[in-house]
Design a protein around this ligand. Structure first.
Ligand code: TYM
Length: 332
């Protein structure tokens, strides 16, 4: 489209999104949507690798779409769709499975983490998660994939699979590159600032959810763990708590880290934490009310999804048919 390069990303409609998802993914997408041909999916097929409540999954899927739009992702510019609406994802995933080794999947950090957390349900889908993600990206011949730091390993494997296929046959897939933000690609837990902030954190005070109300957001930031000393300085190694808060402030206030440091020079941790909480809740408030408004208009959401799925299926179908031809599947 318009000679623009293609960009692909997705979020799973699971649990509540955190400000980490916002910082690492959505805030970055917003900046990129004008310059690239963008596909942003709702990865419900990835979501079921962990047991979901069906009614909640349905509701969270729509809620995620409303959130994308409320954050400013424009459905007239970007293709927004639900992964399961485009069967080519599952189809290409099957083919790519035969180009991926079990050992590679067993080594994936996220697989190891999730297997430990869901020991009662270490299913094949959990292990196959990165291959489905590779299929997502490769179907659209995406040049760029904006994601948070935790997805780096999955992106590497997608590149390996693409290159492996291209080498065995002939160039078929664009080999994608990750786009990682310099600031915000990894937002850490407020209670354990050396750990990634996650949707499923054990301590709910460690994660700030986009759905939290203002009082809750401010309370969580007030309780955030800081470091010894009193200086507000970016130094992830020695001051992980303060550095994480500076990162969050910089993303939500649209300021650089040095600007944020200068703003808080000479101030105490108490004032600083309150200011971070305020800037985050100020940014989230309009998004939340807009999301609620959009969510009430089911017809509009269905139209966006229908258009998105049609456009996505068209692009994905072209790649899948190319792949089927190369591997020797007879097509009518
Ligand atoms: P998910 O839903 O786990 O995460 C969505 C996005 O949020 C980023 N993220 C973070 N960024 C900064 N700090 C954090 N604490 C933090 N936590 C999460 C993630 O890096 C991700 O960008 N597997 C993907 C979904 C997916 C996908 C794809 C992405 C499915 N298919 C194809 C790109 C391309 C995921 O983990 O989503």
């Amino acid at each position: 489209m318009d000679g623009k390069k293609t960009l692909y990303s997705a979020i799973q409609p699971t649990n509540n999104l955190t400000i980490g998802n916002y910082a690492g993914a959505i805030s970055n997408w917003l900046k990129l949507q004008n310059d690239y041909d963008c596909y942003f999916a709702i990865a419900n097929m990835h979501a079921i690798t962990v047991r979901q409540n069906p009614a909640e999954l349905r509701q969270k899927t729509l809620s995620m779409l409303a959130l994308y739009i409320a954050c400013g992702i424009d459905p007239d510019k970007c293709c927004l769709y639900i992964q399961s609406h485009v069967p080519a994802h599952a189809e290409l995933c099957w083919v790519l499975n035969t180009f991926t080794y079990v050992g590679e999947m067993e080594r994936m950090t996220q697989f190891k983490d999730k297997s430990a957390r869901h020991a009662e349900n270490v299913n094949m889908g959990l292990m196959d998660y990165p291959v489905l993600m590779a299929a997502d990206i490769l179907l659209y011949q995406a040049e760029y994939v904006p994601v948070g730091e935790d997805q780096r390993q999955h992106l590497e494997i997608a590149r390996d699979i693409a290159q492996r296929f291209n080498n065995i046959y002939s160039p078929t897939f664009t080999v994608p590159e990750g786009l990682f933000l310099k600031v915000g690609a990894k937002i850490n837990d407020l209670q354990e600032p050396v750990k990634k902030m996650s949707k499923s954190a054990e301590n709910p005070n460690g994660s700030v959810f986009l759905s939290d109300d203002r009082d809750t957001v401010i309370r969580k930031f007030k309780r955030a763990v800081t470091d010894s000393g009193s200086e507000i300085k970016y130094d992830p190694e020695n001051k992980p708590g303060v550095s994480n808060l500076l990162t969050i402030y910089s993303v939500f206030a649209d300021k650089t880290i040095p600007e944020a440091e200068a703003e808080f020079a000479g101030k105490g941790y108490g004032d600083f934490k309150l200011a971070v909480g305020e800037v985050v809740s100020d940014r989230l408030a309009p998004v939340k009310s807009e999301q609620a408004k959009i969510l009430a208009d089911r017809e509009y959401l269905n139209t966006v999804l229908k258009n998105g799925a049609e456009r996505a299926a068209h692009t994905a179908g072209r790649t899948l048919s190319k792949v089927y031809k190369k591997i020797g599947f007879y097509q009518i």
